[in-house]
Design a protein around this ligand. Structure first.
Ligand code: AMP
Ligand code: MG
Length: 333
């Protein structure tokens, strides 16, 4: 296999931006770890992230922007969120915010939730790439699901090399530790994941006290030991955040026919139906299906149908994450 690694010079960054615009995946350095990037506004490109990582579920991804103005195009920024961003951006601080109604990011980056996690990385290559792409970049750590986060281009290549268009190499990541994640929709702000910026530093800089989710033994989401196995998915303190997007309608899985009053979520060749139908992918393509999944569930729910019949979806590749999310939708909140 020829190496996908390129020294992150201006020509390579321009080429990487071209790959992103074409819906391909590019790994790039940030100050925390290497990111596995896709154009956040392209649902199929975002679906390829989950496919490449082999994630068994859709957990929401961090979207990388240049600055506060970039974040404001995606999310509502309450005053406290703005102060946090003004103080720590660019830097390893991720803010969970409410998606704007006109947010252009794919709903797959939010795993169907109404929130979106954004950060402005402090690495010249990451910043140049975001600027050249002209779009926000969705990027989890550039490693296979269950492996430790990649802090060098060689680690990325070993894990994901053949699934990427390009790996921009700028040497080892400085922190080697993920960003600190705050839920900045509420006051007090909630510490969702400890990371590269200590909670004390944030509290001292703004003169605030961060709330800690009470339901976890340590009051924290995950203690970051560099490993992401098992990925806990979005942490949500009770009453503060939905654990996942769940439709109001009942969800019936493995449907081979459609009953009276049911809407149909189809995949591949669909059975006859008199009710509303959305086909995730008439051609049976799992990447297309993943990109359409959350919008389709919401649209069918909005028809007012009492139940959504879901056709069987193959379990290989992205099918595992799609089936995982449908099972959760069937169980309800
Ligand atoms: P990673 O990209 O692997 O560093 O992981 C991203 C982290 O951000 C995960 O722990 C997610 O649960 C969290 N995250 C991303 N988006 C959201 C969101 N909209 N709401 C809550 N948590 C989020
Ligand atoms: Mg990770």
């Amino acid at each position: 296999m020829t190496s996908r690694i390129s020294k992150a010079d201006p020509a390579a960054i321009a080429a990487a931006a071209g790959h992103l615009a074409a819906g391909r995946l590019v790994a790039f350095p940030t100050e925390t770890v290497y990111g596995l990037g896709a154009d956040a506004t392209n649902g199929r490109a975002v679906a390829r992230i989950f496919e490449a990582k082999g994630r068994p579920s859709f957990n929401p991804l961090i979207v990388h922007v240049l600055d506060i103005a970039g974040a404001e195009r995606l999310a509502e920024m309450p005053p406290l969120a703005r102060r946090l961003a003004a103080t720590f951006w660019p830097g390893p601080l991720t803010l969970v915010l409410s998606r704007r109604a006109d947010c252009l990011a794919s709903d797959l980056v939010s795993a169907g939730l109404d929130s979106i996690a954004v950060r402005a990385p402090d690495h010249p290559v990451a910043r140049a790439l975001i600027a050249a792409a002209g779009q926000p970049i969705a990027a989890p750590s550039a490693n296979l699901s269950g492996h430790v986060s990649a802090t060098r281009a060689e680690h990325v290549e070993a894990d994901l090399g053949d699934k990427l268009a390009m790996i921009l190499d700028a040497g080892p990541a400085a922190y080697g530790l993920e960003s600190t994640i705050l839920d900045a929709r509420s006051d007090p702000v909630v510490l969702l994941r400890p990371g590269a910026i200590p909670a004390d530093t944030i509290q001292a800089a703004l003169g605030i006290t961060l709330a800690r989710p009470a339901s976890h033994p340590d009051g924290l989401h995950t203690i970051n030991d560099g490993s992401e196995a098992p990925d806990p998915g979005p942490f949500h303190a009770p009453g503060q955040l939905e654990s996942h997007y769940a439709p109001r309608a009942k969800v019936r899985l493995e449907a081979t026919h459609v009953a009276e009053g049911e809407a149909l979520l189809a995949f591949g060749i669909a059975p006859m139906s008199r009710g509303p139908v959305i086909n995730l992918s008439p051609g049976g393509n799992l990447i297309e299906a993943a990109a359409n999944l959350f919008a389709a569930l919401r649209a069918l729910d909005a028809t007012g149908a009492a139940a959504i019949a879901v056709m069987p979806i193959p379990r290989g590749g992205l099918g595992e994450a799609i089936n995982d999310r449908l099972r959760r939708a069937a169980v309800g909140r």
